[in-house]
Write a protein that binds this ligand. Structure first.
Ligand code: NAP
Length: 248
């Protein structure tokens, strides 16, 4: 299949989890992909090796999205390696749940810096290179609607992502650049394992309320990103697609 033949994509935080699955799916549709990582170089190289082995094109590029110079360098790598940019997936994100009494300045700034400032900095750098037909896909979260207890800071970052998706859809619409978000429910990833979500009562409660009755997998999210990256969604902008097995 080649829905994205000739296109160039940047996926932030693609060394594992949802980002890795999206990078592979975009490459499988013909896009050349910048596989960004922050600390997991080996993980990103593994994703690149899988893409290359399947006949696709990808390069691993390190960089912390929350630092302006590094955000610019991630985008510059797309231009340097492939000469253009068509698709940006703002996937990098961190999550820590904590009750109100455990909220700290450090955890607030860490989550807002990566989940919100990082998304803005990479989008700012990308917007200079995206042209008509360009697509920005933000990975939000179902939490912005569900507002689970003990998630005030993380949920606030994803509420900000929803808001930014709407604002940038209007701001970049005149340049024919589309901006949408995918808002997943709980997805089994390295991050949700390390964070203790998988196997927890929280996960069991979420599954019990999910019409399709299970936890999501990265492979459930990746095709939605392909749809939003491709011309199949040419008339969609400013949308928040809940990818949560029906949990809302
Ligand atoms: N999993 C879920 O249940 C779920 C549900 C809804 C939304 N989401 C959202 O989906 C996205 C991915 O989640 P995930 O579960 O796949 O996470 P994950 O397994 O923890 O992976 C996170 C990715 O983000 C990267 N990252 C972290 N800090 C970064 C930084 N400063 N600069 C660049 N990259 C950075 C990590 O890179 P390194 O490993 O190289 O450090 C890694 O590639 C996040 O935005 C998350 O909020 C997840």
């Amino acid at each position: 299949m080649s829905k994205l033949k000739g296109k160039v994509a940047v996926v932030t935080g693609a060394s594992k989890g949802i980002g890795a699955a999206i990078a592979k799916a975009l490459a499988a549709e013909g896009a050349s992909v910048i596989v960004n990582y922050a600390s997991s170089k080996a993980g990103a190289e593994k994703v690149v090796a899988a893409i290359t082995a399947a006949g696709g094109k990808a390069v691993a590029v390190g960089g912390d999205v929350s630092k302006a110079a590094e955000a610019q360098a991630i985008i510059a790598a797309a231009i340097k390696n492939y000469g253009r940019l068509d698709i940006l997936v703002n996937n990098s994100g961190v999550y820590e749940f904590a009750p109100l009494e455990a909220v700290t300045e450090d955890s607030f700034h860490r989550m807002f810096n990566i989940n919100v400032l990082g998304l803005l900095l990479v989008s700012q750098a990308a917007a200079k290179h995206l042209g008509a037909g360009g697509s920005i896909i933000n990975i939000g979260s179902g939490v912005s609607r569900i507002t689970p207890p003990s998630s005030a800071v993380y949920t606030a970052t994803k509420g900000a992502v929803d808001a930014i998706t709407g604002v940038l859809a209007r701001e970049l619409g005149p340049k024919k650049i589309r901006v949408n978000s995918i808002n997943p429910g709980v997805v089994e990833t390295e991050g949700t394992h390390t964070g203790g979500f998988i196997g927890s009562d929280f996960e069991k409660g979420i599954v019990a309320q999910t019409p399709l009755g299970r936890t999501g997998q990265p492979a459930d999210i990746a095709p939605v990103a392909v749809f939003l990256a491709s011309d199949d969604s040419a008339w969609l902008t400013g949308e928040q697609l809940l990818a949560s097995g029906g949990l809302r």
